[in-house]
Design a protein around this ligand. Structure first.
Ligand code: AFP
Length: 336
């Protein structure tokens, strides 16, 4: 028998200084997030067999067709967390309004924002998916209402991460002391530390973007992508293009190997597509902790002042060199 593996729970308990507040409560919350990931992974594995592929016929607050699995994943988050006693408010891509859990208010000191099933167009084609989460602390003294309590800058997150459902299920998180990745061992149903203290390369050779939108981008973004694709071996170009349509999976690749992911604003839609509070902010915190950057093109994502729960934001994330270069193209465009 080999050495006893470093499980997620053991990792959190053995590193109390690296976790917000009482490590017991934080580890209990992360264990619940891990459980949610296992439950969603189990549903995804069997989805094609038990008639839960396809859409529900409803449209969500973003105006997008709701997949059956979007709804199931959202219910999984809500059902697990509402009985945990650890969380007092939940905000989700799939819920127009925050869900206030009166029975946990104000004892459950954490609040969770999440995209329960990220990349849901991948559900029906057996491609990677993710769940993205952002953890905030409820500030009783601020005496705010439920929605205002949730709408906070990225710098105020106490932890963030994602569960990625790919060829294996991985949970990657940060609580402000490095980024750590755990792979689900399906034999024993435990997350085991597989990627400790992930550091992003300063520079990569991959870009991820939905290039079908090229004609909708502003000239700065077009020039940036043209630059990455230039036939210029001496400058390390062209970059390879890799895009799965699942943000968590695309950012996961870049977190481990370097490069840049972007979902920019468009000519008539400067705010872009991705949501600040439960997509951009958590991934920005992770990447920042791993030595990378995340930006709107002109402002660090973590410093964007949020105004509403489902706010969108133009997004550029990855290795320092590529994000700084992207910002330079945006600046040059602004100068005219
Ligand atoms: P949802 O499935 O949660 O709506 O997320 C999809 C997504 O926000 C993100 O995961 C992808 O990177 C992006 O949209 C894909 O968008 P396009 O289909 O426009 O490329």
């Amino acid at each position: 028998m080999g050495p006893f593996p470093m499980t997620l729970t053991r990792f959190i308990i053995e590193r109390p200084a690296a976790h917000p507040g009482a490590p017991g409560e934080f580890s209990a919350l992360m264990a619940q997030v891990g459980l949610i990931g296992k439950m969603i992974a189990a549903d995804l594995r069997r989805a094609g067999l038990i008639n839960i592929l396809g859409t529900t016929g409803a449209t969500n607050v973003q105006g997008e067709a709701v997949k059956k699995l979007d709804e199931i994943a959202n219910e999984t988050f809500v059902n697990v967390l509402q009985h945990s006693g650890l969380v007092c408010v939940l905000g989700s891509e799939e819920m127009e309004k925050p869900l206030h859990l009166p029975q946990n208010w104000p004892q459950g000191k954490y609040m969770l924002l999440f995209d329960p099933l990220d990349g849901s167009s991948n559900t029906d084609v057996n491609m990677p998916l993710g769940s993205i989460f952002s953890i905030l602390r409820y500030d009783e003294k601020a005496g705010q209402g439920v929605e205002a309590a949730l709408i906070r800058r990225g710098t105020e997150q106490v932890a963030a991460g994602y569960v990625m459902y790919g060829s294996s299920t991985m949970l990657v998180y940060t609580s402000g002391q490095g980024v750590h990745g755990f792979t689900l061992d399906p034999e024993v149903g435990e997350y085991v530390l597989s990627h400790e203290d992930i550091r992003m390369p300063m520079h990569g050779n991959v870009y991820a973007v939905n290039e079908g939108n090229y004609g909708k981008w502003t000239s700065g973004i077009q020039r940036f992508v043209d630059d990455l694709k230039a036939q210029d071996k001496a400058k390390g170009r062209p970059y390879a293009s890799r895009y799965s349509g699942c943000l968590a999976a695309d950012v996961h690749r870049i977190l481990l190997g370097g490069g840049v992911y972007l979902y920019p604003g468009e000519k008539g839609k400067p705010e872009g597509k991705l949501r600040l509070l439960y997509e951009a902010n958590p991934l920005a915190l992770l990447v920042h902790q791993a030595g990378g950057l995340a930006s709107t093109g002109s402002t660090p994502i973590l410093e964007v002042e949020p105004t509403s729960l489902h706010q969108r934001v133009p997004f550029m994330i990855g290795s320092r060199d590529e994000v700084l270069l992207g910002e330079q193209f945006v600046r040059e465009e602004a100068r005219g």
